[in-house]
Ligand binder design. Structure first.
Ligand code: HEC
Ligand code: HEC
Ligand code: HEC
Ligand code: HEC
Ligand code: HEC
Length: 238
C-alpha cells in the first residue's frame, strides 16, 4: 500500500479539496463579476399594482407621448412617475365609457380593470408602483434632461417601452454600458423632436447601423453637443 501511495499522498484529498474550493470560489467570483451587474437586471419586471400599467395600450395603441405622463424628463434629473390625477383625467367613473361607446373599451371588464385607479383617487392615495430602473446611490449624477436634450432617445436606454404591456429592464445600465455610449454617441443621437417616437428611432438607428453612415439630421444634433460625453470618474461619481 505504502508503495503504491507514498506517505505524502495522504495530503492529496486535502490539497484537492482546497484547490476545488478555490476553483469554485473563482468560478463564483468570476460569474459574479462578469454576469453581474451587466446582465442580471435585463428582463427585471417586478409585479405591479393593478396588474401593471400598460404602455403598449397607452403609448403604443393610443399613441400618447411619453411626456404626457413623464412630464419632467426634459427638465429635471429625475423622470417622474405620473400621479393618480393624471390617470383619473381619463379613468374617472363613466368618463371613458362616454369616449368609447361602441368600442371594446366600453365594457364591464374595462371598468373592473381600471377600478384601482378610482379607488386610489377616492382615498387620495398614490398607486404604489414598484421602481424598475435605479442606479446605485454612489452614482450621484445621472441627468435625464441633459440626455434627452442632447438627442438621446428613451429607446436607447429603455428599449421599446411602447410595446411593453408591463415595463421591464431592457438595458443593463452598468458602468460599462454608460461608457460604451459616451465613447460613441454618434451611434445613437437623433433629432430632439424624435426622442419619444421610439418606433421611428428604432428604424432610423437600425438603418444607420446597417449602412454605417450618419444622416445629415443626426450629424447636426451631434455637432450641437457642446462637450463630449464625460468619461472621467468625477462626472458620474463626484
Ligand atoms: C398615461 C401615462 C404614461 C405614458 C403616456 C407613458 N408612461 Fe411610462 N410610466 C407610467 C407609469 C404609471 C409608470 C409606473 C408603472 C410602471 O413602472 O410600469 C411608468 C413607468 C415607466 C418606466 C419605468 C420606470 C421605473 O420604475 O424605472 C419607464 C422607463 C417609462 N415609463 C418610460 C416611458 C416612455 C419611454 C414612454 C413613451 C413611449 C412612456 N413611459 C409613456 C405612465 C406613463
Ligand atoms: C388620455 C387618456 C388616458 C390616460 C391619461 C390614462 N389612460 Fe388608461 N386607458 C385609456 C384608454 C382609452 C384605455 C382603453 C384602451 C383599450 O382598451 O384599447 C385605457 C386602458 C387602461 C387600463 C386597462 C388595460 C387593459 O389591460 O385593458 C388600465 C388598467 C389603465 N388604462 C390604467 C391607467 C393608469 C394607471 C393611468 C395613469 C398612469 C392611465 N390609465 C392613464 C386612456 C387613458
Ligand atoms: C441615457 C439613458 C437614458 C435615457 C435617454 C432615458 N432614460 Fe429614463 N432612466 C435612465 C436611468 C439610468 C434611470 C435610473 C435613474 C436613477 O436611478 O436615478 C432611468 C429612470 C427612468 C424612470 C424612473 C424614474 C423614477 O423616479 O422612478 C422613468 C419614468 C424614465 N427613466 C423615463 C424615461 C423617458 C420617458 C425617457 C425619454 C424621454 C427616458 N427615460 C430617457 C436612463 C435613461
Ligand atoms: C445611449 C447613450 C448614452 C448612455 C447609455 C448614457 N449616456 Fe450619459 N451622455 C450621453 C451624451 C450624448 C451626453 C452628452 C450630453 C451633452 O453634453 O449635451 C451625455 C452626458 C452625460 C453627463 C454629463 C452631463 C452634463 O451636464 O454635461 C453625465 C453625468 C452622464 N452622461 C451620465 C451618464 C450615466 C451615469 C449613464 C449610465 C447610467 C449614462 N450617462 C448613459 C449619452 C449617453
Ligand atoms: C458615465 C458615467 C460613469 C463614469 C464616467 C464612471 N462611472 Fe463608475 N459607475 C457608473 C455606474 C452607472 C455604476 C453602477 C453600475 C451598476 O449599477 O452596476 C458605476 C460603478 C462603479 C463602481 C462599482 C463597481 C462596479 O463595477 O459596479 C466603481 C468602483 C466605479 N464605478 C469606479 C469608477 C472609476 C474609477 C471611474 C473613472 C475611471 C468611473 N467609475 C467612471 C458610472 C460611471
Amino acid at each position: 500500500m505504502s508503495v503504491l501511495f507514498p506517505k505524502w499522498s495522504n495530503a492529496f484529498p486535502t490539497v484537492f479539496a482546497i484547490a476545488a474550493l478555490g476553483g469554485a470560489t473563482a468560478a463564483i467570483g468570476g460569474f459574479w463579476y462578469y454576469a453581474t451587474p451587466k446582465f442580471w437586471r435585463v428582463g427585471y419586471m417586478p409585479t405591479q399594482p393593478g396588474g401593471g400599467f400598460n404602455h403598449q395600450i397607452h403609448a403604443g395603441k393610443l399613441g400618447m407621448d411619453c411626456r404626457y405622463c413623464h412630464t419632467k424628463v426634459e427638465k429635471s434629473y429625475e423622470a417622474n412617475i405620473p400621479n393618480v390625477a393624471t390617470c383619473f383625467g381619463c379613468h374617472a367613473d363613466g368618463k371613458l365609457n362616454k369616449l368609447a361607446e361602441g368600442t371594446e373599451t366600453f365594457s364591464p371588464t374595462h371598468k373592473a380593470k381600471t377600478q384601482f385607479v378610482r379607488d386610489a383617487y377616492a382615498q387620495d392615495a398614490s398607486i404604489p408602483w414598484r421602481r424598475v430602473h435605479k442606479v446605485p446611490d454612489y452614482v450621484h449624477n445621472f441627468p435625464h434632461h441633459v440626455h434627452v436634450a442632447a438627442g438621446v432617445s428613451c429607446y436607447s436606454c429603455h428599449g421599446r417601452i411602447d410595446t411593453m404591456p408591463i415595463v421591464h429592464h431592457a438595458e443593463p445600465m452598468s458602468m460599462g454600458w454608460c461608457l460604451e455610449c459616451h465613447r460613441a454617441p454618434e451611434k445613437v443621437v437623433v433629432p430632439v423632436d424624435k426622442v419619444t417616437d421610439l418606433r421611428w428611432v428604432q428604424d432610423d438607428l437600425t438603418k444607420r447601423a446597417n449602412a454605417g453612415v450618419m444622416t445629415p439630421a443626426a450629424q447636426k444634433v451631434l455637432d450641437a453637443i457642446q462637450k463630449a460625453p464625460p468619461e472621467n470618474c468625477g462626472a458620474c461619481h463626484y
